[in-house]
Design a protein around this ligand. Structure first.
Ligand code: BJW
Ligand code: ZN
Length: 246
């Protein structure tokens, strides 16, 4: 939280306009969990992908050519997420829900929005806590860390994979439909901690903008979708998002 007199006037004005009838949709990305100590994908120093090339890890091709490498990466990330927790930015979004309807579309797989108490969360890129059989498609929740390498399906013995969406894979059609519906039917659209570089998630911002929503972005730096924002709020989301809550 920043001192009241240093909150931008435009942000204060949006805050005071929020009431029980305001419909808010939020798109979040890795930056919202950065203050929890979870590395972002494309950030500078501690980016996950400054250590690993994305195409080595987050594609079906990578998984089928070296499932152990990919599982080790996911197991490492599951450990980081399990050892940390949601932060003030996730909390602020959960708090907003006490005032008005809030739909969260998250590209993150960590589950922190639900942990913070948000009730309507569309996991656009899946969840790191689900595993899915790559042969029969059976999905289950698996919270244990570390996982035995390599996990196999109790039903058919097939190799299990993380329940996430990799490059070249489609978004779950129901999640896709509900997310775009929420973007196209809101008064205020918040974009929090995403580089806006991965599609179709980034298209949610265009959808909201074209439907007439006010778009407010919270990020350390400008992103691929900043040109669509009516207001850009610089800084860590854990510090700035709380200033939006009435
Ligand atoms: C802070 C902060 C702080 C830091 N406070 N801010 C159109 C054009 C071009 C290409 C495509 C296109 N449509 C589709 C594509 C291809 C592709 C794509 O987008 N490629 C791009 C690289 C160009 N998309 C796909 O392949 C998608 N699938 C698809 O389109 O399928 C079509 C199809 C249809 C039917 C059948 C079959 C196929 C799928 C994309 C899946 C992405 N998956 C990943 C991995 C998920 C699982 C996992 O977590 O391991 O999703 S990749 C990775 O990127 C992850 C993230 O969710 C996603 C977005 O990253 P995000 O959240 O933006 O993080 P960063 O690190 O990039 O940015 C962090 C931001 O936070 C920065 O801006 C910082 O400044 C900021 N920040 N600290 C506030 N404290
Ligand atoms: Zn199976």
């Amino acid at each position: 939280m920043v001192p009241e007199d240093s909150i931008p006037a435009e942000l204060k004005s949006i805050r005071s306009s929020i009431n029980g009838n305001t419909r808010i949709t939020v798109l979040t990305g890795a930056g919202i969990s950065a203050a929890s100590g979870i590395p972002t994908f494309r950030g500078a120093q501690d980016s996950l992908w400054s250590q690993y090339r994305p195409e080595e890890l987050a594609t079906p091709q990578a998984f089928y050519s070296d499932p152990e490498l990919v599982w080790r990466w996911y197991d490492w990330r599951r450990g980081l997420i399990a050892d940390s927790q949601f932060n003030a930015a996730h909390q602020a979004l959960a708090d907003l829900e006490k005032i008005c309807p809030v739909v969260i579309v998250t590209q993150n797989v960590d589950g922190y929005h639900q942990d913070a108490g948000s009730t309507t969360v569309h996991e656009f890129h899946g969840s790191i806590w689900r595993v899915r059989c790559s042969d029969c498609g059976h999905e289950r929740l698996e919270k244990s860390v570390p996982l035995a390498l390599l996990p196999t399906c109790a039903g058919c013995g097939g190799l299990e994979r993380p329940g996430v969406v990799w490059f070249g894979e489609g978004i779950d059609p129901v999640v896709m439909r509900d997310s775009f519906a929420a973007a196209g039917d809101c008064d205020l659209f918040l974009v929090v901690g995403t580089a806006g570089a991965v599609f179709p998630a980034a298209n949610l911002v265009d959808t909201a903008k074209n439907a007439g929503a006010k778009v407010v972005e919270f990020n350390l730096e400008r992103s691929g979708v900043s040109h669509l924002a009516d207001l850009f709020v610089p800084g860590s989301a854990a510090d700035t998002l709380v200033d939006l809550v009435p």
